[in-house]
Design a protein around this ligand. Structure first.
Ligand SMILES: [Zn+2]
Length: 159
């Protein structure tokens, strides 16, 4: 069984077409399999965690933390992209991750986000307001949103 399916069954996470969706204290985490057809040594898992408007200082703290813990957490690469999504690639070249290791990694990162006050507070992907009541998947990554905002956005797209 694939790691993602195993995780979904063990921890009751949502699993849909090779994507794993996890909600820990309202932080939404998307995990996917990455397949490199040219160099299978690059195959592995990638984690996406949307961050709510982190300050430059918080971003730096996060980078320092990930650098210091990359071996212990078995992280290969990490970056905060232009849309403030934290992207983490697992280090899986020689050995597959165990589900316990994966669970530990996710929970350690989320705990650190809380420690430095990068809260998620269910911020809406569209209007940036709080108290989202729904979620939306954009480019396979799950975000919080207001159902009203999503409907408005979708009706604009249809025109
Ligand atoms: Zn909204």
């Amino acid at each position: 069984m694939s790691l993602l399916k195993q995780l979904a069954e063990t921890y009751h996470y949502e699993y849909h077409k090779n994507y794993l969706y996890i909600n820990i204290d309202d932080y939404l985490i998307t995990v996917r399999n990455y397949i490199d057809y040219f160099d299978p040594r690059n195959n592995g898992r990638i984690i996406y965690i949307p961050l709510n408007d982190p300050t430059q200082e918080q971003k730096e703290q996060l980078m320092v933390f990930l650098k210091a813990n990359s071996l212990n957490l078995k992280i290969r690469e990490y970056v905060i992209d232009d849309l403030n999504v934290l992207v983490i690639r697992l280090l899986e070249v020689y050995k597959k991750f165990k589900i316990e290791e994966f669970h530990h990694l996710i929970n350690t990162v989320i705990k650190f986000l809380k420690d430095i006050n990068i809260s998620y507070e269910k911020v809406c992907r569209y209007c940036k307001g709080n108290d989202s009541d729904s979620t939306v998947i954009i480019n396979k990554i799950k975000y919080h949103c207001h159902s009203k905002c999503r409907e408005e956005f979708e009706s604009k797209m249809k025109k």
